[in-house]
Design a protein around this ligand. Structure first.
Ligand SMILES: Nc1ncnc2c1ncn2[C@@H]1O[C@H](COP(=O)(O)OP(=O)(O)OP(=O)(O)O)[C@@H](O)[C@H]1O
Ligand SMILES: [Mg+2]
Ligand SMILES: [Zn+2]
Length: 413
């Protein structure tokens, strides 16, 4: 039998299995229990957070042989066909490739006929925002007064692109991004089920890398199991995913704090040499500093996303206390801008022929807005940098990253 990817194998089959979307699933369960199921639903939210999954569960709940029920049995022909995606009475339409008026006309024709076998004729229109204006208009009348025993579900990642006329004819449910803890627990349960031995750091790395999408988390899990086999450890998982080690980010921030540009550049050079994408590194650094700031302001426990805080060991605590808010903001600004730069995406590795600058062994910390830049000590005699700030002998890529540091008093964050 062919291999089934983890995301599909572990697709929730009941409302209670859906992680982190209680508001949506409880409302749908209530609607079923009180016989108030609407004829049009919009499920919106980021990729991989449970929209299609929930739509299929609702379809099963309504068409299950023992339904309508909030706990479809999953074993009757209707449930099995819906799970497999080949039910005659539950049609899934990909609006990205069927976006025109002709497809919607066909759909309107199909709606006119009663369900072949099941209780409801259900249309699940995925990527609904891709439909053309004409197609939306053709759908309006059907959505306004659909034939009895028919139901429409529109799934979309971009609900603002749905015309207000469509939105006002449907009940709209927003699916939230999942938080770190929810993804972490799910991965833990799945690795146990798959008999994969995974240390805490590896699961934590995966949960952070997923950025709120359960599908992303499970696809990454598949990828690391393929690469590492039955034993996952943090170091290897970070390598496979290209996630910059937390200690290295901490080292770089310590070097920034000490205004040690040479060390910063060496560390970045090492990353580049190891094949890390520098634009990606900028994203990681941005997130790391953001997490430090949240941790510092709220404490890891109160933070909105506590688990994503850099490991709460002494390293990050010492950086957090050493780092002042203004400097953090400067690093955030520079790393966020760096991530956007085309030069970092496609450019060659950083030129690392850096030697001591004209004034001594320590290169000036212009790249991340270190002290001499902050104090407005740009020295035009260092003619290498077009913006006037000190960035000698590091080549155009780094010069392009020089900028003015955030201003303000050095109050702590
Ligand atoms: N809330 C969730 N709880 C548990 N698993 C989930 C959840 N959301 C997504 N998944 C996992 O991710 C897979 C894909 O989810 P789903 O197809 O529902 O995403 P989606 O929101 O429709 O995304 P897209 O917008 O990309 O179509 C599921 O098979 C399941 O394994
Ligand atoms: Mg989907
Ligand atoms: Zn059933």
């Amino acid at each position: 039998m062919s291999y089934q990817v983890i995301a599909r194998k572990y697709r929730p089959q009941t409302f209670d299995d859906v992680v982190g979307q209680r508001l949506v699933t409880d409302t749908l369960k209530n609607a079923i229990l009180t016989d108030r199921v609407a004829h049009g639903y919009i499920f919106s939210g980021a990729r991989g957070v449970g929209k299609t999954t929930t739509a299929r569960i609702l379809a099963k709940a309504l068409n299950c042989i023992s339904g309508p029920t909030v706990t479809p049995d999953g074993t009757c022909p209707s449930c099995l066909e819906i799970t497999a995606g080949n039910s005659v009475d539950v049609q899934e339409i990909d609006a990205a490739s069927n976006r025109g008026i002709d497809e919607i006309r066909e759909l309107r024709e199909a709606v006119r006929y009663l369900p072949a076998r099941d209780r409801y004729k259900i249309f699940l229109i995925d990527e609904a925002h891709m439909l053309t204006t004409e197609a939306f208009n053709a759908l309006l009348k059907t959505l306004e007064e659909p034939p009895p025993r028919s139901l429409f579900m529109l799934a979309t990642t971009e609900p603002h692109k749905l015309p207000p006329t469509i939105q006002s004819r449907c009940q709209h449910f927003s699916f939230r991004l999942l938080d770190y803890g929810e993804i972490y627990d799910r991965i833990r349960a799945i690795v146990a089920d798959e008999k994969v031995d995974a240390d805490e750091g590896s699961v934590s790395t995966l949960a952070q890398a997923a950025e709120g999408s359960m599908r992303d988390a499970l696809s990454l899990l598949d990828q690391v199991i393929a690469a590492c086999g039955g034993h996952l450890d943090e170091k290897r998982v970070r390598q496979v995913l290209g996630v910059v080690p937390a200690e290295l980010l901490a080292d770089i921030l310590h070097a920034v704090d000490a205004a040690d540009s040479r060390k910063v550049l060496e560390q970045i050079g090492q990353l580049a040499a190891e094949g890390y994408e520098l634009a990606h590194f900028c994203g990681e650094l941005t997130r790391y500093v953001r997490d430090l700031m949240i941790g510092r302001s709220c404490g890891a426990r109160q933070s909105a996303d506590p688990g994503s805080l850099p490991n709460s060991g002494s390293t990050s605590a010492s950086i957090a206390s050493a780092f002042q808010r203004r400097r953090s903001l400067a690093v955030l600004q520079h790393s966020a801008e760096g991530g956007e730069r085309d030069a970092l995406r496609a450019g060659p590795p950083l030129p690392f022929g850096i030697g001591p600058d004209e004034d001594g062994a320590r290169a000036a910390p212009g790249v991340f807005g270190g002290p001499s830049e902050r104090a407005g000590e740009c020295r035009p005699s260092r003619k290498n940098c077009s913006c006037g700030c000190p960035a000698p002998r590091v080549g155009s890529t780094l010069k392009a990253r020089c900028g003015t540091a955030a201003s303000g008093s050095p109050d702590e964050f």
